[in-house]
Design a protein around this ligand. Structure first.
Ligand code: NZQ
Ligand code: ZN
Length: 391
């Protein structure tokens, strides 16, 4: 049952080869001052920086840069960007990068004119902004988070060892996003496949939640099948445009609020993954891969019919002569095979997690209520322990 809801996604997308051609038409809608935000320098190596700066200059924009936005962007960096945006009187924040840069830019957009403690307001009390919001536009260079078309902003508070995602409303969504699959071609394989699993996890953490049989479930099954198909091609041939473009499009629709309609959504795998990143700075998508199999095996008995449906509709498992448990477990076995095939991390030790860290990571893990089973702290530790046993 879908229930009642309002749906609006205000982000305008420009998708495909040379999608950057849409940028000048968007820039015209905003004032002169553009805050250009990017990461550690990948865009300078692959030429995207030069392309963007050339268009900004042709459009007569005054540009100030905030660079060095790190993966798992920190609260300290956020405050630095908010100060720069305010002092520069930015009319637009142009995020050029992956999810970290997009998330960070949204965090800056609501913090520049916020007179309260930003961490407490947005990342502890999860409030909406009630101050001036600077519009954000994204040029995406990495696929996975869906940040280009949602209100998510995940920030790491290194002092508190907490990594927390705020999901802002439509007025914080990027006003536009430029999605050129070829911009992702320079991604190292590790980052590329980490992004693939981030997409899979986004879908699974909405799919495995109530209510359990509506249009969103059918859309998600199609998105997962598309991802599984194209990821196998992309791992074998990273420059395959069709595969990379299908995956880019899947990532956007996995987390632009569409498939959450009618679903309670879980997000516990993300909470454990984010806690791992808070303690290890590990790559987001790999933290999710490292805890997913233990997590889904733990909750499977609480949602057995849905795991049977997952095995059949997504992984094509045959049901002949099998019990429900056998079918469901075969589905998770097929997923494990795919994870190994594309080179994901299954053992959290490879992310820097040591046995003596499990308690602290569990203490940093937010417990969610929307999944099939509400975890205890002991469950979180069991999941982490089981991950450490994977070969
Ligand atoms: O910093 P640069 O030099 O750009 O290098 C980046 C970074 O080191 C590199 N990279 C990006 N595009 C590249 C490239 N290298 C070569 N060629 C390219 N085209 O890749 C590295 C990782 O980039 P990052 O932006 O950190 O990765 P991702 O896009 O996976 O973003 C992860 C962040 O997004 C948050 C995560 O928690 C994490 O902080 N998330 C945001 C969500 C949202 N807004 O809805 C939801 C997600 O679940 C996730 O939590
Ligand atoms: Zn994610």
């Amino acid at each position: 049952m879908l229930g009642n809801f309002e749906y609006c996604n205000p982000t305008k997308l420009y998708f495909g080869k040379k999608a950057l051609n849409g940028l000048s038409g968007e820039l015209e809608k905003y004032g002169k001052n553009v805050l250009l935000v990017y990461g550690g320098g990948s865009i300078k190596k692959n030429g995207i920086y030069d392309e963007v700066v050339k268009i900004l200059s042709e459009c007569g924009k005054t540009v100030r840069e905030v660079s060095g936005v790190m993966p798992n962007p920190t609260y300290a960096k956020l405050l630095e960007g908010a100060k720069a945006a305010r002092e520069f009187n930015a009319d637009l924040i142009l995020a050029v990068g992956g999810g970290s840069v997009c998330d960070y830019s949204k965090g800056v957009s609501v913090s520049a004119y916020c007179n309260e403690d930003v961490w407490e307001k947005y990342y502890e009390r999860f409030e909406e902004p009630d101050c001036r919001i600077i519009p954000v536009g994204c040029v995406l260079t990495m696929v996975g988070t869906g940040s280009e078309m949602n209100g998510g902003s995940v920030i790491t508070n290194t002092d508190k060892k907490m990594k927390v995602g705020q999901v802002f409303g439509e007025n914080v969504f990027p006003k536009f996003a430029i999605l050129d699959p070829e911009y992702t071609f320079t991604l190292p394989k590790y980052q590329m496949t980490a992004g693939f699993f981030d997409i899979m996890s986004h879908i699974m953490e909405q799919y495995f939640s109530g209510s359990d049989d509506n249009t969103s479930d059918y859309i998600m099954e199609g998105l997962m099948r598309s991802l599984i198909h194209s990821s196998r091609i992309a791992v074998a041939d990273p420059l395959n445009y069709e595969a990379r473009s299908n995956i880019m499009w899947t990532a956007t629709w996995a987390l632009n609020t569409l498939v959450a309609m009618g679903k309670e959504t879980d997000w516990e795998v993300h909470m454990i993954g984010q806690a791992i990143s808070a303690h290890t700075d590990a790559t987001h998508g790999m933290t999710l891969a490292a805890v997913s199999l233990p997590y889904y095996k733990l909750i499977m008995p609480c949602g057995l019919d849905k795991f049977v449906r997952f095995a059949v509709n997504v992984w094509g498992v045959s049901v002949e002569g099998k019990t429900k448990e056998e079918i469901a477990l075969d589905g998770l076995k097929e997923m494990e095979k795919w994870m190994r095939e594309i080179g994901l991390v299954l053992n959290a030790k490879k992310l820097g997690v040591e046995p003596d860290m499990l308690g602290a990571i569990a203490d940093s893990t937010l417990i969610m209520q929307g999944g099939y089973k509400v975890l205890t702290r002991a469950d979180v530790i069991d999941i982490l322990e089981e991950s450490l046993n994977y070969e």
